[in-house]
Design a protein around this ligand. Structure first.
Ligand SMILES: [Zn+2]
Length: 217
């Protein structure tokens, strides 16, 4: 999970909100989807998996949807489908594998990716676990969002995302200054590319690079 800085809402959402009797379901979500994806670098707000404009993206209400907040831009996030369509050998939906909004449902989170201080409590392990220094946030991560599901793919995907960075640093020669490479890696995992995208699972990379920079400073 990484900090999401909200930008201005699309006109279509504002117009819909100001139209008497109009609701969220009646909104053409093309602009809204684009706006959310762009401010999140095309990553799921919770698990940081790549999401795109097609069916792989859902619009999530951070606080459970109600008549007051359903069209509040601050309450909207782009998220992945959270394994919603994953089925076992017998064709049964695997609810235990649900992540992100699919797992969360109507439950309320305490951790908020729009809160910088909440995001500062996040750390990882080299083997891909996501952790928070606050117990209630850890509970959200493990149980409400299911981001550390040992039977799922997220832990392994995060570990894989980190591997090239670890390998690059291992290639440093004895006595070579690590900082120029660390600064390049820092830029890579913090900046959006020419397609408006952040690297998938950028959070674990940022955590690791920041830790190495502190070590070498
Ligand atoms: Zn997700």
């Amino acid at each position: 999970m990484i900090y999401i800085e909200k930008k201005s809402e699309p006109d279509s959402l504002r117009v819909q909100r100001e139209t008497p009797g109009a609701d969220f379901d009646g909104l053409d979500k093309t602009d809204l989807r684009k706006s959310l994806l762009e401010e999140q670098g095309y990553l799921c707000a919770y698990c940081m998996k790549r999401i795109r404009k097609d069916k792989s993206v859902k619009i999530e209400h951070y606080h459970a949807r109600n008549a007051k907040n359903h069209m509040d831009y601050e309450n909207l996030l782009a998220v992945c489908t959270g394994n919603q369509t994953l089925k076992d050998d017998k064709g049964k939906v695997q609810r235990d594998r649900f992540t992100c909004d699919s797992c969360k449902g109507e439950k309320e989170l305490r951790i908020n990716p729009q809160n910088k201080n909440d995001m500062k409590t996040i750390k990882y392990t080299n083997s891909g676990l996501i952790q928070s220094s606050k117990e209630d946030f850890q509970n959200d991560i493990d149980h409400i969002l299911n981001l550390n599901d040992v039977h799922g793919h997220l832990i392994r995907n995060r570990e894989h995302a980190l591997q090239p960075i670890i390998l690059r640093l291992h290639k440093l020669k004895q006595g070579q200054d690590a900082m120029p490479i660390l600064r390049r890696l820092e830029k890579y995992c913090n900046e959006i590319d020419e397609h408006g995208q952040l690297p998938e699972y950028a959070g674990i990379m940022r955590w690791y690079v920041a830790k190495q920079i502190r070590k070498h400073s």
